[in-house]
Ligand binder design. Structure first.
Ligand code: ATP
Ligand code: MG
Length: 258
C-alpha cells in the first residue's frame, strides 16, 4: 500500500514545489513508483516537468469537476517511474466552487484512495494557503512534509501550519502524521540559516530531517529546463541533497508506518 504525502506550508516561496518535484524524482530514481499531484493553481510542478497546459489537456481541476476521470488526467511516465497529474489556474476556482458541497473536504481523498495500491508514493504539491485545496490534501494524506526556508519568520509560519494540521487531525483525518520538517535554501555561511535550524530544533519535538537542502543555483535553474535536478545536473549538491532526503523519507517512513 502506497503512502500519500502532502508537501505543505501556507507561506509562499519556501521550497514546496522544489521539494515536491525533486523528492519525487529522487524516489523515482530509487525505483519507487511515484504519482505526483500538482495541487496548486500556479501549476509550477507541471511546468517544472516541461509540461505546458492548454485547453485540450486534462488537469486535476477537470477531474474535480467530473469532466474527466483520474486515468484521463494522469500523464504516464513523465520521467521513468513518475506519473504526474497536472494543474493550471482553473484550480483557483475550486476553493469557491466546492465550498457548498457537503463532503467538500473529502473529494481528493475519494479520488486518490483507489490509486494507493498502484504507487509506492503519491506526493501532493500544495498551494501557499490553508484553504479548501490544502485541507483536501491533508485529508487525503497519510503524512505531511513541511519545508521551512531558513529565514527569519520561519517559526511563525510553522505554528500556523501545525495548527491547521492539528485541526484536521481532530476531525477529518485522525491518522494524519507529520512525517517531518525539511530545511530548504540553507546557507551554512549565513548565521541566520544556522539560527533558524537551531531554533526550530529547540522548539519542535517531531521529526526533523537531518538532510539540509542547500541554496543551490542548479535547483533554481532546473524548472526552466523542464527537468528535475536528478536529470538536469545529476552531480550537483542540490541533486545530492534531495537524494539524501529521499533515502531518509524511505527509511523514516518504515519507522513511522512499521
Ligand atoms: P509557492 O508558495 O509560490 O508555491 P514554493 O513554496 O513552492 O512557492 P518554490 O517554488 O519551490 O517554493 O521555490 C521558490 C523559489 O525559490 C523558486 O524560484 C525556486 O527555484 C527557488 N528555490 C527553491 N529551493 C531552492 C534552493 N534550495 N536553492 C535555490 N533556489 C531555490
Ligand atoms: Mg509551489
Amino acid at each position: 500500500m502506497g503512502r500519500i504525502i502532502a508537501i505543505t506550508n501556507q507561506k509562499g516561496g519556501v521550497g514546496k514545489t522544489t521539494t515536491a518535484i525533486n523528492l519525487a524524482a529522487s524516489l523515482a530514481e530509487a525505483n519507487q513508483k511515484i504519482l505526483l499531484l500538482d495541487f496548486d493553481p500556479q501549476g509550477n510542478a507541471t511546468s517544472g516537468f516541461g509540461i505546458e497546459i492548454d485547453d485540450t489537456e486534462n488537469t486535476i481541476y477537470n477531474v474535480l469537476t467530473e469532466e474527466c476521470s483520474m486515468d484521463e488526467a494522469i500523464l504516464v511516465d513523465v520521467i521513468d517511474n513518475l506519473d504526474l497529474i497536472p494543474s493550471d489556474m482553473n484550480l483557483a476556482a475550486a476553493d469557491i466552487e466546492f465550498v457548498s458541497q457537503e463532503d467538500k473536504n473529502l473529494i481528493l481523498k475519494n479520488l486518490l484512495t483507489p490509486y494507493k495500491n498502484k504507487y509506492d508514493y503519491i506526493i501532493i504539491d500544495c498551494p501557499p494557503s490553508l484553504g479548501t485545496i490544502t485541507v483536501n490534501a491533508l485529508t487525503a494524506a497519510n503524512s505531511v512534509i513541511i519545508p521551512i526556508q531558513c529565514e527569519y519568520y520561519a517559526l511563525e509560519g510553522l505554528n500556523q501550519v501545525l495548527n491547521t494540521i492539528s485541526i484536521v487531525q481532530q476531525g477529518l483525518n485522525t491518522d494524519l502524521v507529520v512525517e517531518g520538517i525539511v530545511f530548504t535554501m540553507y546557507d551554512g555561511r549565513n548565521k541566520l540559516s544556522q539560527q533558524v535550524v537551531e531554533t526550530v530544533r529547540e522548539n519542535y519535538n517531531g521529526n526533523i530531517y537531518d538532510t539540509l537542502i542547500p541554496r543551490n543555483v542548479r535547483l533554481a535553474e532546473a524548472p526552466s529546463h523542464g527537468l528535475p535536478i536528478t536529470l538536469y545536473e545529476s552531480s550537483s549538491t542540490g541533486a545530492d541533497s534531495y537524494r539524501k532526503l529521499a533515502a531518509e523519507v524511505m527509511s523514516k517512513g518504515d519507522e513511522i508506518y512499521g
